[in-house]
Write a protein that binds this ligand. Structure first.
Ligand SMILES: [Mg+2]
Length: 278
C-alpha cells in the first residue's frame, strides 16, 4: 500500500511539472512550430472577416468609440490650463477619426494582402466615414481652445485626398498645417516634437500604442505588456486608446517580418493562440 501511495505521488508530481512547463512555454517567443507548406492553399485574408464584421456591424464597437471620446472630453477639461504654451490634442487618423474598414472588406472579398497600390486607391476615393464620436470630440476641443493636430502614417502623397476626406466630413483643421503625414520616418516622435515646439500636447488619441509614445516602438519580448503596465496611469488620462481588431503594430510580434506567406501566417496564428487542452 505504501509503495502504491509513493508511486501515485510521483506520478502526480511528474504531471504537475509538465503542466508548469507547458504554461511557461506559452510565454516563449518565437512560436516554435512546423510551418504549413505554402503549397497547401490557405486564403490570404479570410481570417479577417469576423474582425471586420465586428468593426462594421456591432453596436458594441460604436459604444466603445463613444465611451473613449466621452472620457477624452472629460479629461480634456482638466488639462486646458496647464503650461505656458497653447494646449493641443494629437489624434491619429486611420481607425481613430476615419473608418477604413471598407478597405479591409475589399481585402477579404478579393482575398488580397495589404498592398500600397490598393490602399492608395481606397484613400483616393476620399470616402471614409468618420468614426463614432470623433467629430464631436474635435469640435469640443476647439471650443475649449485646445488646438487639434492629426499625426498619421498615411504617406505624404496622400495628403490632398486626406484633407479632402476630412473636409468633406467637416473636421476642423483639415489642412496641411495641422495634418502631419509620413515623409521619411515611420516613427511619429519627430512629428510630435515638432508640434511640441509651439504647443503643449495634453492628450493623444489613437488605435495603436505607437500613437502615444516612442517607447512602444520596441515592444520587447512580452508584446509590450510590461510597457503598458508601467504607463498605466496615462491610459484613460493623457492616452485615449480606441479598439481596432483588424490590424496593428501588435501583429509584428506575431508574424515577424510580415513577409511570411499566407499558409505560414495561418499556422503562426494558430500556434500563438492560447488554448486549453481537454
Ligand atoms: Mg490608426
Amino acid at each position: 500500500m505504501r509503495y502504491i501511495l509513493i508511486l501515485i505521488l510521483a506520478l502526480f508530481s511528474f504531471w504537475a511539472c509538465k503542466r508548469v512547463d507547458q504554461s511557461d512555454k506559452k510565454q516563449e517567443k518565437p512560436c516554435d512550430i512546423e510551418l504549413t507548406s505554402s503549397e497547401q492553399i490557405t486564403p490570404n485574408s479570410q481570417y479577417l472577416a469576423q474582425a471586420v464584421l465586428w468593426y462594421q456591424k456591432s453596436a458594441e464597437l460604436r459604444a466603445l468609440y463613444l465611451q473613449a471620446f466621452n472620457l477624452a472630453k472629460l479629461q480634456l477639461q482638466k488639462f486646458t490650463g496647464e503650461g505656458n504654451k497653447k494646449p493641443a490634442v494629437v489624434l491619429d487618423i486611420d481607425e481613430t477619426v476615419l473608418d477604413n474598414s471598407p478597405y479591409e472588406g475589399y481585402r477579404i472579398l478579393n482575398d488580397k494582402e495589404y498592398e500600397r497600390e490598393t490602399w492608395n486607391a481606397w484613400v483616393e476615393k476620399e470616402s471614409a466615414y468618420a468614426t463614432p464620436g470623433a467629430l464631436d470630440f474635435v469640435n469640443y476641443a476647439k471650443e475649449l481652445g485646445v488646438e487639434v493636430f492629426y499625426i498619421s502614417n498615411r504617406t505624404i502623397d496622400l495628403l490632398e485626398s486626406t484633407v479632402n476626406n476630412l473636409k468633406e466630413l467637416k473636421f476642423p483643421n483639415a489642412d496641411e498645417k495641422f495634418i502631419l503625414l509620413k515623409e521619411n520616418d515611420s516613427s511619429k516622435e519627430s512629428r510630435r516634437l515638432k508640434v511640441s515646439e509651439n504647443y503643449n500636447i495634453v492628450m493623444l488619441i489613437g488605435d495603436n500604442l505607437i500613437d502615444f509614445h516612442q517607447v512602444f516602438e520596441n515592444r520587447g519580448d512580452d508584446h509590450a505588456y510590461a510597457l503598458v503596465d508601467s504607463m498605466r496611469q496615462e491610459f484613460g488620462s493623457k492616452f485615449i486608446i480606441l479598439p481596432n481588431p483588424m490590424y496593428g503594430s501588435w501583429e509584428k510580434d506575431i508574424y515577424g517580418d510580415m513577409d511570411t506567406d499566407a499558409a505560414q501566417k495561418d499556422s503562426i496564428r494558430k500556434c500563438f493562440l492560447n488554448s486549453f487542452r481537454p
